[in-house]
Design a protein around this ligand. Sequence first.
Ligand SMILES: Cc1cc2nc3c(=O)[nH]c(=O)nc-3n(C[C@H](O)[C@H](O)[C@H](O)COP(=O)(O)O)c2cc1C
Length: 189
Amino acid sequence: MTGKKRIAVVIGSTRPTRICGGIAAWARDSLQKDSDLDYDLIDLAEIALPFLDEPVKAALQQYEHEHTRAWSKLVQSYHGFLFVFPQYNWGYPGVLKNALDYLYREWHDHPASLLTYGTRGGGKAAEQFISILHGLHMRVLDTHVEAVITDQDVDDDWQLRDLDSTLRPNRAQLRKIDEEMAEALSDSQ
Ligand SMILES: Cc1cc2nc3c(=O)[nH]c(=O)nc-3n(C[C@H](O)[C@H](O)[C@H](O)COP(=O)(O)O)c2cc1C
């Protein structure tokens, strides 16, 4: 046990050919550098939640399914969250919304930020997602990242040619997120 506060970096795309895993791992490594916090990846593809199948609303925490109890336990083991996800048709991925909807109180009061990406940075997805985080009573940090990924950054299979050089311009924003996350957590136990 390090005693450090734990932050989940959530991989918010589950497509088999996704670029999200690499982007989230890069973000985790950038955040971890010189940080007093512990950043971990959570992969929604591995969690593999079905479409929300709990009979009772999450606010009551009467979970019928083992997958919900396991997800609740995992989320409760973190103090803060960075959600990493692409813009899909001007919105956020449904799989991410589904994962959020499974729980309610587990999200409350935890600091949260996001890293979106798309040909213009995924700002439309970011805007919608931030309002959901407010709906879940999360403490939305001032800073989030909108990473621009153009056709020049990817090969014919839409895989990033050079992840680090594409994402490097966002490093300063990630440092700010780490600082804001640490500050938000310094006044909570
Ligand atoms: C369903 C779908 C919708 C998309 N919509 C957008 C969009 O609105 N804006 C954008 O910039 N890119 C859009 N794209 C392109 C994605 O940015 C690109 O496919 C990216 O690789 C998706 O992230 P992922 O590979 O991690 O799933 C879309 C891709 C998919 C699969």
